[in-house]
Design a protein around this ligand. Structure first.
Ligand code: ADP
Ligand code: ADP
Length: 218
């Protein structure tokens, strides 16, 4: 479970996240919907301890992300692609992540298999297509077999097959009882993916409702 309480992030120029309070329950896909600039990425960065809130808190399973001992085994995250070492291979990247989290080599083979990346294990990051980078990002998120999955705009730039693949994966993860939070600015995509919606605009909570109820009223 993810608990966000009175979370606020102010920058010099304004307020990106404004007194947000919501919880993300396990067992279903929760969509985090809002237009570009609404504050979704900032909220996700705060949840993942990549940024400090101005006030309020974000907890995962009752703890701040920063105090989780082997974070990859608790939380899998997919952020915008970009933090890949260009000359490292797919397998080397996963091995590098696995090592610091006590995750063994066998699991690397499993996540390569589960993401359809087995054939690309020896490819260098700089030679991967965007779709393959996304799959590698998902493989990294699954490495620790985490109970919580957080994905920031995962379908951006993906081909239709990739979109369906990632949607199916999120639903399966949720059906297994995991907590799944996925952000998007696309209402139609969220209607197909999420059972529950957290909707924000200008950093503020606009709705926290079953997707069906939101779709029916818009
Ligand atoms: P979203 O992910 O919904 O597109 P963001 O969280 O990226 O929205 O951005 C929310 C608002 O915060 C935007 O107005 C953005 O310009 C601003 N913002 C985000 N990061 C920073 C930063 N590091 N410094 C200043 N303003 C920022
Ligand atoms: P199967 O359907 O036979 O389990 P998959 O291709 O779905 O095969 O999975 C292969 C391996 O990838 C599994 O052994 C599992 O460890 C891992 N895996 C698959 N799906 C997930 C998931 N949703 N979360 C974590 N690990 C997964």
């Amino acid at each position: 479970m993810i608990e966000v309480s009175n979370l606020t992030k102010r920058y010099r120029g304004g307020t990106a996240v404004d007194d947000l309070t919501f919880t993300v329950e396990p067992g279903r896909v929760t969509g985090f919907l809002g237009p570009n600039g609404a504050g979704k990425s900032t909220t996700i960065r705060l949840i993942l301890g990549l940024d400090r809130p101005t006030s309020g808190s974000a907890m995962i399973g009752g703890r701040p992300y920063g105090s989780i001992e082997r974070p990859l085994t608790a939380v899998g995250a997919l952020l915008e692609a970009g933090d890949l070492h260009p000359t490292r291979t797919v397998r080397e990247h996963l091995r590098w992540l696995a090592r610091s989290n006590g995750i063994g080599e066998r699991r690397i083979g499993e996540v390569l298999e589960a993401t359809g990346m087995s054939g690309a294990a020896r490819k260098r990051a700089k030679t991967l297509s965007l779709g393959m980078k996304q799959r590698l990002g998902v493989a990294a998120a699954l490495l620790g077999d985490p109970g919580v999955l957080v994905l920031d705009e995962p379908v951006n730039g993906l081909d239709p097959e990739g979109v369906v693949w990632i949607r199916t994966l999120m639903k399966r993860m949720a059906a297994e009882g995991r907590t799944v939070l996925v952000s998007s600015h696309l209402m139609a995509e969220m209607a197909l993916t999420a059972e529950h919606l957290i909707v924000i605009g200008r950093g503020r909570l606009l709705a926290d409702v079953p997707t069906e109820a939101f779709v029916a009223s818009h």
